[in-house]
Design a protein around this ligand. Structure first.
Ligand SMILES: Nc1ncnc2c1ncn2[C@@H]1O[C@H](COP(=O)(O)OP(=O)(O)OP(=O)(O)O)[C@@H](O)[C@H]1O
Ligand SMILES: [Mg+2]
Length: 158
């Protein structure tokens, strides 16, 4: 019997809660880990990444990679790629883009719109689905998809 994935549902009342979740996720980062972010346009995916990058010490403007497809970040002890695959229409576009090689190395990969990337995208360690609430806030469902993802989830809750 396969084990059910570890999941956690959080209410994010406002933008600062989303930034804070990003900050807490930064505590559990390890080389080559993968975080995939689901949720409609404006759900708060880039906001969460901004909180995570701030926690790592990045002070510049966090650009949405909607047009560039990827924004790279270098820190003293790790490197990170922030992808956004919203603009992909065909599952072959990821392969043709040459970006898949980034998923084989030690860099951390955070992906917005992984559903647009097609089946070639390797599976995540952790995925988060953000959705709007009637009160204007967001719900976040976090699902661990690997042992490392479970560990990451535990560290995020500390
Ligand atoms: N918990 C929250 N409650 C209310 N508003 C929020 C919350 N988190 C983020 N927001 C707001 O949602 C808006 C859109 O956020 P963001 O750009 O991060 O969305 P996104 O999911 O990356 O969208 P896209 O798919 O277009 O890239 C921002 O104005 C942000 O302030
Ligand atoms: Mg975004």
């Amino acid at each position: 019997m396969t084990k059910a994935p570890a999941t956690l549902t959080l209410t994010l009342a406002d933008e600062s809660d989303t930034l804070d979740l990003g900050r807490r996720l930064a505590q559990g980062l390890s080389p080559s880990c993968r975080l995939y972010l689901h949720g409609d346009l404006g759900a708060g995916k880039t906001t969460l990444v901004r909180g995570l990058l701030r926690a790592l010490g990045f002070e510049g403007r966090v650009k949405s990679p909607t047009f560039s497809l990827v924004e790279p970040y270098e820190f003293s002890s790790l490197s990170l790629y922030h992808f956004d695959f919203y603009r992909f229409d065909e599952p072959t576009e990821l392969r043709d883009s040459g970006l898949l090689e980034h998923f084989d190395g030690p860099s951390i990969c955070i992906v917005e719109w992984p559903s647009k990337a097609g089946p070639q995208l390797p599976p995540p360690d952790l995925e988060i689905d953000l959705s709007p609430r009637d009160d204007g806030g967001r719900s976040a469902v976090l699902v661990a998809r690997s042992n490392r993802g479970e560990h990451w989830l535990e560290q995020t809750l500390r």
